[in-house]
Ligand binder design. Sequence first.
Ligand code: HEM
Length: 500
Amino acid sequence: MSWALLLGLLAALLLLLLLTRRRSRRPGEPPLDVGSIPWLGYALEFGKDAASFLTRMKKKHGDIFTVLVGGRYVTVILDPHSYDAVVWEPRTKLDFHSYAVFLMERIFNVQLPHYNPNDEKAKMKPTLLHRDLQALTEAMYTNLCTVLLGDTTEMGSGWHEMGLFDFSYSFLLRAGFLTLYGVEALPRTPQSQAQDRSHSADVFHTFRQLDLLLPKLARGSLSAGDKDLMCRVKSRLWKLLAPARLASRAHRSSWLESYLLHLEEIGVSEEMRARALVLQLWATQGNMGPAAFWLLLFLLKNPEALAAVRTELEHSLSQEEQPVLQMTTLPQRVLDNLPVLDSVLNESLRLTAAPFITREVMVDLALPMADGREFALRRGDRLLLFPFLSPQRDPEIYTDPEVFRYNRFLNPDGSEKKDFYKDGKRLKNYSMPWGAGHNQCLGRGYAINSIKQFVVLVLTHFDLELISPDVVVPEFDLSRYGFGLMQPEHDVPIRYRLRL
Ligand code: HEM
């Protein structure tokens, strides 16, 4: 037998030993379930349908357990009373960014020298709040008008047909891109707006191709053809968002200015900056459109809810001096005074927002649960909260949790309902579409304003209806982070026309 063959055999034997070596549960640790496939554990089941898998595990082990998923030990917590212990733990113990860095490098091919997420966050945070938030909201309304009203006017009067997901995703992402990354020219002219429409449509269509491939890329299951397409789509996006190309754009957000300055300060190359900007397009624009899709779909499927939103809107707008069709911005006081629409938004996010809240365990630590138990966590493991199952779809907290009830988040006096209970105790985190704690979504103010502006624009300027009113609300594939993946062939056909 040759040496090479012998060495190969030894390596294979060692690998087999490593794969079959099982970790055992130590005293004080959560129940451990490694499944029956060495190393992979439950990776396939988890990847296919995380919600069903975690529901099954919860029945088997209770609301805290550790599972093996593709070589990683993941401790899952499903008791919403205990979430605060995780989301407020300092970064030195439970780290949010390790997974973000993995995503950044593996999915978006971004490597930043001297990358310090805390520093980046400190610089970016102010650009999404207070006066900057107001500027973003105003720009968003103008850009929504440019793409939504402009496109429809260009297409001529009468009914137009498309899928509701495509409708919501494309208009929100295009307006969001123009808001954050800048427009063709200021003051706007009909020509510059036409360019904004075609450029943003190009960005959206290219981005959407990438969006559809990402879950496969994350699972490592791209075919050779997919890989080719992915390469082409990524390089097209890197060109579209190249800093040199963005340099001449007008009315760029302070978010973009600060981000570019930050990249420059840490010495990021021109090429890598373009990649980072594509990653940011996904991080900032990937969820608003899908969230707006679910909201509009629930309204179209629930005439009572739609009528309540319309009545509230008509009442609120009738207090304004200017008719809505002439408004160039929607006053913040209007946006802040729509409790029925807020309840509809909260309810549709409760039903559809499914982020995985993950943290890296940085040191061995004891995790206190709200009921007084304490569990030992091992350094190097991962922690996962999945609020989609509980609180959001927990029958103890919400009666008929699968059902859309537009007024679920309204008190009888019309104010926002915030008291929800589990095990007789009031919940602090009763719905978590934006996460919670140290790493709660920084863009939520901008996202909420944008979704509401979009819905107000659609309801005030358009007739919009389902082509088949009996259409079944589609199931979504949770393999896409956030709001599930919607394949174009499963989209819900609608028709819409500008109201004269
Ligand atoms: C419907 C739209 C959106 C949803 C549902 C959403 C959801 C979330 C969630 C769940 C997290 C926390 C993840 C965790 O704790 O593990 C998060 C974080 C974050 N989001 Fe959003 N997001 C949305 C839109 C936006 C937008 C528009 C922006 C910026 C313009 C943004 C910026 C951020 C940032 C910067 C973080 C990380 C915060 C940190 O580093 O601590 N998000 N988002």
